[in-house]
Design a protein. Sequence first.
Length: 129
Amino acid sequence: MNITLEAIEKVMELTGVNYQTAKAALEQTEGNVDAAVNLIKADDKNIADDVKELIEKLKKVVEEGNVDRIQVKKDDQIVLSVPLNVGIIGGILGLAAAPWALIAGTVAAFGLGCKLIVVKKDGSTNEVK
């Protein structure tokens, strides 16, 4: 199988993925550009569904109360920390879109290797899985 640079660039252009992802998709599809694009798009849909499911679980934890902040961690490094103070807790419990979109966007941008951590008011933490 001969995967050309042009094929990799075409997959990158059509999907917005990086070089390694485009090449891997082409290798899986034996160099077929259309099949590689479809493979990547199918993976994107699965990731979106997984992120939505994770956010729904997070909303349930927040609704239970006693939450001080939500953190998104990647490789034990905090990439986002959203405080849930009294001023915004009503909006979040009312399922306002902005905080959830921010968290979902961060998870999607950094991949599903991220962890959603709920920090409670007493300082204890729980990972939302």
